[in-house]
Structure formats: C-alpha cells, structure tokens
Ligand binder design. Sequence first.
Ligand code: SF4
Length: 206
Amino acid sequence: MTNYPVAEAFFSVQGEGLHMGRSAYFIRLYGCNVKCPWCDSKPAWQGGAADIVSAESLAETVEKSGAEIAVITGGEPCLHNLEPLLAELSAKKIPAHLETSGTLEIKENPGAEFAWVALSPKLFAMPSDAALGRADELKFIISNAGELGEYHALAAKAKNARAVWLHPEWSKSSDKGLLNALCEFVKANGFPYRVGWQMHKNYFAR
Ligand code: SF4
C-alpha cells in the first residue's frame, strides 16, 4: 500500500486551462521544491500535511464523488511516486490530470499514465526538456511583461502543447498595463497562446 501526504482534497470544478469548467476532484499533495514567493497554495508546502491517505482510498473517494476527472496537484506532486495512485485511478477508468512545475521527472507506465499534463514552469526553477515535451498545455504566471520573451523561448520547446496560457500573477490581476501586454502578445503571436484566468475564483469555488 502506498500512502501520500495530502494537503487537501476536494470536489470542485477545474478553473483553468483547456479543461476549464469540468467537474474535478482535486488531490493536492504536500510538499514543493519550487517555493514561488507569490504562491497561493502555501499550505501545500508549509506547516505539514493535513492527512496521510492511501492510493486506494484516494481513488475510491474520487470515484464516489462522481467527478469527471481527478486532478493531481500540489505543491509539486512529482515529489511523490505517483504510479500507484495512477494505477488505482486507471483501474477505475478515472482520467488523471497532472499539474506540475516540470522540474522533476514525470513518471508513467502502461496502465498508469496521465490523461493530461498541465505544466506551469517558472523562470527561477526551469523545467526539463522532457517535461516540456510531455506537456499537453502550458500555463505561465506573468508578474511583468518583461518576462514574456523568456517564456516564449520555453514555449518553443513544448512541441505537443495545444495551448500556452498567459495568466497574470494573481496580485496583479487588476494591473491594466500587464493585462494589456498579455493581450497584445497573444494578438501578435497567435496559436498556441491564449490569455488565461483563474475562473474558479470568479465562481467563489476552491
Ligand atoms: S510551484 Fe506551485 S505550489 Fe509550488 S510554490 Fe510555485 S505556485 Fe506554489
């Protein structure tokens, strides 16, 4: 039996990315090696895990919820061996989505694979080329428009990404200059760029 340190687990809707709006059960695992200063999930890496839960129990809870997808997030979930959890979800035919910084290996095996990988790289903790190549979509959190050039270079390595989202860092989500710069970047570069938002916050969901 494999146990995981869980910061929180909850049923909600996916608020970001190409799966936005779908019912989703979130499994937020404890621990992060990146430690972004503006992180809005600091309880996921500060103060200790809320619970220790087995792969079997997590998969059963997701199944009972009736959620369309399971989102394995963090913290940085790839700090943990996710293969037993993936195998349990796969046995129940529950699509498993991964949200990761791309700094650590994304381990998969036949019968224990992710249906979707969303990568959110940070310039101060660069992702591996392998993670960029595995990504189905990218999400960049932009604090200032001067970062766009470096993120553009990263996006060029994500050959399989069907979308590259530009999100304003949340404390700057009312910064008209930054929002305008993101819009202009998408207008200038087109596919696969999109301006993004954390839609669940508009719905007062977690
Ligand atoms: S990688 Fe994610 S969880 Fe970790 S500090 Fe950054 S925003 Fe927070």
